[in-house]
Design a protein. Sequence first.
Length: 745
Amino acid sequence: MSQPMPVFRSCGAALLALAIATALASPVRADVTNPAQPASTAADTGSAASPQDAKNLGAVQVTAATTASTIAPTQGSMLATEPQSIIGSLYLQENIAPTGDYTDAVAISPSVYTVTPNGSGLMESAVVSIRGFQDGQYNVTFDGIPWMDSNDFTHHSTSYFTNQETDSVTVDRGPGTASTLGNATFGGTITVDSINPRKQFGISPYVSLGSWATAVEGARIDTGSFTGSGTSAVINLQNSDSDGYLTYAGQRRQSVFAKLVQPLGENTTLTFAAMANKLDQYVPFGATKAQIAEFGVNYGLNNDPTSQAYYRYNKDEINTNMGYVGLHSAFDGWTIDNKAYTYGYNHFGFNGEDPNGETPNGTFYGATDVPGQHMRNTNRSWGDIFRLSKALGPGEVRTGVWYDHQDDIRWLYEFDDTLDQLNPVVNPGAPTLQLAAADRRMNDTLVTFQPYLEYQWNLTDNAYFIGGVKYNDFKRSIDAPVNQKTGTPLTYSKTWNATLPSASFHYAFSSSWTAYAQWAKGYLAPNLNLLYVPNPAVSDSAVAPEKTTNWQLGTTWTNDNLTLSGDVYKINFNNFVQKHNVGGISEFYNGGGVHYTGLELEGTYMVGGGLSVYANGSLNRAIQTTDNAWNANTPHKTAALGLIYSNGPAYVSLVDKFVGKTYYTANAENDTPIGGYAVTNFTASYRFDPHIANVKDLKIGVQLNNIFDNTHINALAGTTGADGTPLYWTIPARNFNFTISADLF
């Protein structure tokens, strides 16, 4: 099926022409001799220098010459106490599409399986799996701040940070030490660190054009030091428009990010950061195999106002924002970090009742009217992270506390899309039209309190041991005139807590070779869906926080020509919360657990003359303990292989990522597997001096993604509302991006 006429228009030929002219007359510059900017330091992020900062201190070795560490797409850390893949700014700048986000970055890592059905960043990622742990079972942090939807701890990948606002991304495959904070240390942490102000004033405009009428226009502005005390700031402004790969699944996104760093004397730094994001997009639910066969692999929505799949009936309007004030100070052996923050998410969503066609039209008002749903999810979090450390005896003691309070409003109404009014079919006898049409009307709150204490004992100059404990206390409250699933009122609150010890050992055989061993407990706070029952107290005694016990061994080697790391892991997942129906009433219970085991490797070798070879791989196993079923969305293996040329102003890469067989659900015996598939991407860029006044350099780049045009099914999207027919996602077809950027002044 051919791509339809554009749904969202870009800012127009005049704006693009102006942006390109601006780029040609004036862009920005990473250092040509060392294009990879270093990851944020401990002072930048406001966290004490400690093993959890291995991503910042241990692996990226910035020198005048290009090394394996500056080139590597992913690499381990010399300070890590658990498996960790660091993705630096060079890979983000060169290999990730201008519309992309952190989920596109982590896709290259071992044991990671991602699905982006509409193209990079053009729809929320449908799957982001780490060793089989799904979104909602691991943390995502931004500059050290855990953020998530409090109902199920999932993340809206397109709603916050753009690739241009990101300096580095790290995949921590483990629960970390006691000082690792968040509601889902259960499956690990994806750490996103923002860009930092550069030392010199500069303006860096960029323009990108790509497949599916995609256009990105933006500019980064660095003030340099503009006060006697060294105050500096960076601002990134960005607009993007795309029709998307899937039919009638267009997106428009506008984003602004700003960070100001204010030194206060020699030992203290104050950081202010804020972002705002506005997103409008048309969102399909997936396609049946019959629809794929009839309309093509990119079928999403249609242009028929009498259909529940009409694109204007299936839309998201999302506004988000985040801000924090960070204080970092070091004096007399003490280090203090504090971050006070807030973030908000406001989502108005619209969808047809059953966009894939199995539910016939008809509403309260007419047999041919189109039924749909209108929803709103909005939340606001306020929180603070305080950390304190002090050199004590043969090591360092570290303590701190995280407090977070999130309030949510969640409602969903049946609607007549033809008439654009409430459809009173849920409870026709209700006293008001709203209650007659309400599927849910809920207010809920999550309050988290996490103190921790740990000690790093420096056994020798080459070895240290970290032992610690974290206590977690979290309370859910719900006040629902119409509770989700039950449709009945509920006012209820419940507090859970967990004590999580950890121990790790790190040893340096030499300045180039280190190893570690870890034992740690991870946990996942109970999902809000535990309260989607008439009487949650029935399940209280049977449900405990989901926990993991992790055993991991690993090693890392890094020198100028080679970075190599590997690990083995065993994870026992306990208290697997499941549900069953008793007399038509859902009850939750402890359904056993999952056993995870695996092997992971990654490395980059500098062949010479600017040429490097990169490879990673994993063997993964995840088996449910109750019936020995294979855990859903857990590939048996993953692998990546790449050739990278980086020499002065030129960068070229050819990288292939392979994802092995997995299953749509845990019922592997009766479930059709997703066969192994591979996607190959090509990137090339060149930076040069255009000999234009005030223009330091100009960069031209091209990305050709999925060059072998593999469009096979790569995930289950869900099922239809009426008959439960499976819906699928496919790999986006071959596509390109062409980008011009510049460094001015």
